[in-house]
Structures are given as C-alpha cells and as structure tokens.
Design a protein around this ligand. Sequence first.
Ligand SMILES: Cc1cc2nc3c(=O)[nH]c(=O)nc-3n(C[C@H](O)[C@H](O)[C@H](O)COP(=O)(O)OP(=O)(O)OC[C@H]3O[C@@H](n4cnc5c(N)ncnc54)[C@H](O)[C@@H]3O)c2cc1C
Length: 420
Amino acid sequence: MIAGNEDDDVDLDENAPRADASGVIRMPATLEATGPVPERCEIAIIGGGVVGLAIAYYLASLDVTDVVVIERGYLAEGASGRNGGGVRQQWSTEINIRLMQESVELCRRFAVDVGVNVWFRQGGYLFLARSAKEVARLEKNIDLQNRCGVATRMLAPEKAQDIVPELDLTGIVGASFNPSDGILFPWPFLWGYARQAAAMGARIFTQTPVHGLEPAAGGGYVVHTTRGNVRARRVINATGSWSPLVAKHIGVEVPTWPIRHEICSSEPLKPFLRPMVSELASGLYCSQSMRGEIVGGVTVPGHGSTYGMGSTLEFLATYARRLTRLMPILGDIKILRQWAGPYDQSPDGNPILGPAPGHPDFFLACGFVGHGFMMAPIVGKLYAEWLAGGEPHEIFSRYTLSRFTDGSGSSHPKEDFNIG
Ligand SMILES: Cc1cc2nc3c(=O)[nH]c(=O)nc-3n(C[C@H](O)[C@H](O)[C@H](O)COP(=O)(O)OP(=O)(O)OC[C@H]3O[C@@H](n4cnc5c(N)ncnc54)[C@H](O)[C@@H]3O)c2cc1C
C-alpha cells in the first residue's frame, strides 16, 4: 500500500488476493500468474478453456491446489470464448441426460458457488421438426428424458407458437420443449472458475504455449513451455481442438479433428425470445441474449477439417435465409458481429476422457464437439473428485480413448442428438 488518505490507498501487489468486508476473496484484475512456471507441480492442466479451468476449480475446491494451468493465449481464446452458451438436457442417451441434469444444477448454483453472475437463464430449448422422422426421433428421446426426470414434452406446432409467437409454422410438424434448459454468457464462466481456482492456490499462466512434453525419468512428465519447464506428476490435456497436437508429443494419437463453426450476433432488440430455438433439419439455432442480441448459427457443411477461424459470406447468407424463413419478423435486423470457433469433433460425438492407453498419468479431456461448454461443469467436477482420490465415475470407463480401437464404444447406445 502507498501512504495517504485511506480511501485512496492503492494496492501495488497485483497478485495478492484480498478479502472484502464480507470476507469474500477477490482476485485482482490480472489474475494470471507471471514469471516462469514452477519447477514441479502435482497436476499440470494444459489449456485454459472452460474444461481445463473447471477441472482446476473443482480440484482446488477439494484442496488439490498444487495445480498449474497453462494456456497459450488468453482465457476464452479457444472455443470457450466463441460459443452460443446453450445448456440443454435434451439428449438421446441416459448417460448424457443424467450428466446434463447435474450440469444444469451446477450452472444454476454458479453465481452462489463461484461468485460470478453468468446470466444463466432457463427459458427452455425448443427443437422444431419438419418431418415425421424427426418427430419420431424427438418422441423417442422425450420418453427417455422423462424417465430420467427431465420434463421435456412434445408440442403440436400451434403450441410451439404459444411459446414463440413469432414463428412461421409453414412446414413445422412438431416440436419438443424442455423449460429448464437454458443459455448463459460464456466469458464470466471462465473468469469465475479461474478467479476462484487462483484464489484457492492454483497457478494460471496465460500467454504460455506448451511446445513439448516428455515422460520424466522416475514418473510424471516434463511440460515444455515458453516460460520454462515444469515437471508434473500428472498432466491433463484440455486443449480442445488442439488436443491431438499436444498428445502427439508423447506419441498418443487422439482421433479428433477441428471443424470451423460460425456464429453471429445482431443488434440488440427488445426482449421477446425466451427459449433457445433450434431447427433439426438445418441445424439453425438462435437465442436472445440478456442484452437483447439475437445470437445464432447454422450448419454450413462441406468445409472439411480446419483450424481456420475466418468468417464467410456463405454462412451469413445461409443463416439469414433460414432464420427469416423461421421468423420473418427478423428480416430487417442488422447483424453486428460474425465470428467462428472450432468444434473439437470426435468420431462418435462424445468426449474423450481418462488416461491415454500406456500413459496412466496423461489424462484426456477433449472431443466435446459443440457441447463442451454445457458439459464442462459436471465433467470438471467428476474429474476433480476422481483425481483427488475418489472413485472414477462411469464416464471415465465409457468415454475412453481406447473405445475407438478396442470396439468397446459399440457396446453402448449411440448418442444421436449431437446438435445445436
Ligand atoms: C460457434 C460455436 C458455438 C458453440 N455453441 C455451444 C453451445 O451452445 N453450448 C455448448 O455447450 N458448447 C458449444 N460450443 C462448444 C464449446 O464451446 C466447446 O465444446 C468448449 O468450449 C470446449 O472447451 P475446451 O476447454 O475443451 O476447449 P477450448 O475452449 O478450445 O480451450 C482449449 C484451450 O487450449 C489452448 N491451447 C491449445 N494449444 C495449446 C498449447 N499448445 N499450449 C497451451 N494452451 C493451448 C487454447 O488456446 C484454448 O484456449 C460451441 C462451439 C462453437 C465454436
């Protein structure tokens, strides 16, 4: 502190956590650790997206704080800072429905648990069907969701219009709606996890690319970074679409590939749209943010695998056509911003978790395709509980890397609702 009027005191130690009057620890604006990485740590998490930070936060909550998070850019640089913030429990397999029930609960409690408002709003998810086949698919899923305790219901088109009066029902033959699905604002989610993990002792290094990884003599790994090397007893690869590149350093092949997914945001409008609306046939989805913008995207197939994150006119034209067909009232709105991010596509659309074969201390947390944000809270929590000494949850024997080579993946029901 510098001397002077008490009210004007300035804390010169930027990295010192401080408590407010209520005793709540507040981290400084620059929460990232500076200087070299430590020589050793218990757990190194590579990747400061929502998945890596969720694991770090839940580990710290369980007093596992000798943890280093290494992010090559800034927090939210990857897919986690570029997504639509949709959180849904409408899935086609019991394991994913149940995971997402728990994730929704964690999202609901986020502001209380983590101390940051992520603007989580449960306005529901409305899926629209344009064919009898799509209706049958929704009905089958609803049956399972209801058995799991998720209150999704099938709606006639007119009932869907009760929820979103602006819909043009031409060609719509049915819809599914679960009122407790929702949307959130992604960025503060990452800041909240990072801030609390750091306040509890985890060290988060941004602007720190990992450029090498090798098994250490005597166990663990040496992680090579631009801030020096850290020897970690365990390493978690949470680098999203870049996971194959990181795993390759130790000869582990991760069979995921990046797909550019585009999205855009309109000028703010008076609030009128409560649910996330998604059209099955085209992959169109849109929601209205708390600030009033219509945020949405659509599938534009045929671009192959790429790390490119440029924006295209083709996307904008496709989105505009689909959106205004569904909600003609939006025909005059202005699109203010367009961007893209990578889907970390796995062969079966499910994540890849647990240790890599032959590497019991090298863990994977990747392959989340277009739903890693909504799964991060529960996956982060379950991962942390396991690494802190608890029993591994079923996801760690189900969503293994080896399922793609030993055939174990085919013995479970296939998730076929990897959309929107
Ligand atoms: C347009 C779009 C819309 C989406 N909509 C939704 C949605 O509505 N709901 C939902 O749940 N999900 C959605 N997703 C998917 C979701 O965003 C991702 O699944 C999720 O963010 C993945 O998080 P992650 O932490 O695994 O990866 P990322 O957020 O990509 O984080 C990985 C991090 O690793 C870092 N990294 C990479 N290489 C290195 C290295 N060598 N050294 C150090 N750091 C490295 C990257 O910089 C990055 O920050 C969407 C995705 C996109 C692109």
